[in-house]
Design a protein around this ligand. Structure first.
Ligand SMILES: *Cc1c(COP(=O)(O)O)cnc(C)c1O
Length: 361
């Protein structure tokens, strides 16, 4: 078998190697239970300990006070696109949405197909979603203002969050949660599918401010109500135990090995600036996102021709660099450099990019 490669996949994506090794060590016999974590009851003290520790780590890492509830749901970020308006957008009100790409567009669609008004207060569609809109006027009476903090496909990211004038922010942080510290106080709800920056697919982290729960209508189906999850410690039904366990280990790695979100941001900045510098100074590669809107997580770029892009992806693979093909909807190339992608891996990538540019430019 060949060794492990440098993984630049967009999602599911790289996990920290120490986490994978810890899973391996514990896999057959979790904490002297004589069983795998996949085999124990979700009501057992073993899994209770896992989910409790995961929640405490989320709370510490993001500095969440007691006003915030932390739950794990299923259905991915895509399920949140419909549950958010169902739960948080009362009849007779409308919600503001900022359209910054594919995922935001889908969130808007899931609101409008319920017959609920989604007001698009800003969009970057005019330039192929290559930038984050500035100077947005939010509606003072909006139920919430929805944004996507990092646009995984187009490689743009909010450098700082917009001032909504008190309207609660609702944010899809699927592809940059835990990559940097931020002030949580303007947020009414934050959600993230785990498979980019938190762990395996199957668990979705949702953070909800207490006052938002008062809006949840009584007559929603039980499994689609946020209050079902906050009221039952995410265990009204069987949670995705193995995924939550892995998320817990990733959070432990973030706190104990990396040293928290300030440290994580420093490393992420270093990785991203190395890549963007390589692109900008090459005279060969061309970044696709506007400079002030560039993502620290997904670096999107083009080569002079599509044929060269194909060769680039192919030869990169031969150098042990995987996952560099852009999203099928936009083409080009993309290096996803989430928390678990090491600086060393990025250095190998920029060396390869330099060599490829010299021989093909
Ligand atoms: C990947 C992604 C999604 C979709 O997530 P699923 O868990 O597959 O539903 C939504 N939003 C963003 C920003 C993403 O990166």
């Amino acid at each position: 078998m060949k060794g492990r490669i440098h993984n630049f996949n967009a999602g599911p994506a790289a996990h920290p190697l120490p986490v994978l090794k810890e899973i391996q060590v514990e896999f057959l016999n979790f904490k002297d239970s004589g069983m795998s974590i996949m085999e124990v009851s979700h009501r057992s003290r073993w899994f209770e300990g896992v989910i409790q520790d995961a929640k405490e780590r989320v709370r510490r890492l993001l500095e969440l006070d007691e006003n915030f509830h932390i739950v794990f749901m299923q259905g991915g970020a895509s399920m949140q696109f419909c549950t958010i308006p169902m739960n948080l957008l009362p009849d007779g009100q409308s919600a503001d949405y900022v359209n910054t790409g594919t995922w935001a567009t889908k969130a808007i669609k899931e609101c409008t197909i319920q017959g609920k008004p989604a007001k698009v207060v800003a969009s970057s569609e005019d330039k192929g979603f290559s930038y984050i809109p500035g100077e947005i006027s939010f509606s003072p009476d909006a139920a919430y203002a929805h944004i996507t903090s990092n646009n995984t496909i187009k490689g743009t990211q909010w450098a700082s969050f917009p001032d909504t004038g008190g309207v609660p922010l609702v944010c899809d942080m699927s592809s940059d949660i835990m990559s940097r510290p931020f002030d949580v106080s303007p947020f009414g709800l934050i959600y993230a599918g785990a498979q980019k920056n938190l762990g395996p697919a199957g668990a979705t982290l949702v953070i909800i401010r207490d006052d938002m729960l008062k809006r949840v209508p009584e007559d929603l189906p039980t499994m689609l109500k946020y209050t079902t999850y906050t009221g039952h410690n995410s265990m009204f039904n069987t949670p995705p135990c193995f995924a939550v366990y892995t998320v817990q280990l990733v959070l432990k790695w973030l706190e104990e090995t990396i040293g928290g979100l300030d440290k994580m941001e420093q490393i992420n900045r270093e990785k991203a600036s190395l890549l963007y510098r390589t692109i900008d100074e090459s005279g060969f590669y061309r970044g696709t996102a506007d400079e002030g809107s560039r993502s620290m997580m997904n670096v999107t770029f083009r080569l002079p021709t599509e044929d060269q892009e194909k060769q680039f992806v192919q030869q990169a693979l031969e150098h042990g660099l995987s996952g560099l093909k852009g999203h099928r909807s936009v083409g080009g190339c993309r290096a996803s450099i989430y928390n678990a992608t090491s600086l060393e891996g990025v250095k190998v990538l920029v060396d390869f990019m330099g060599e490829f540019a010299r021989t093909n430019g």
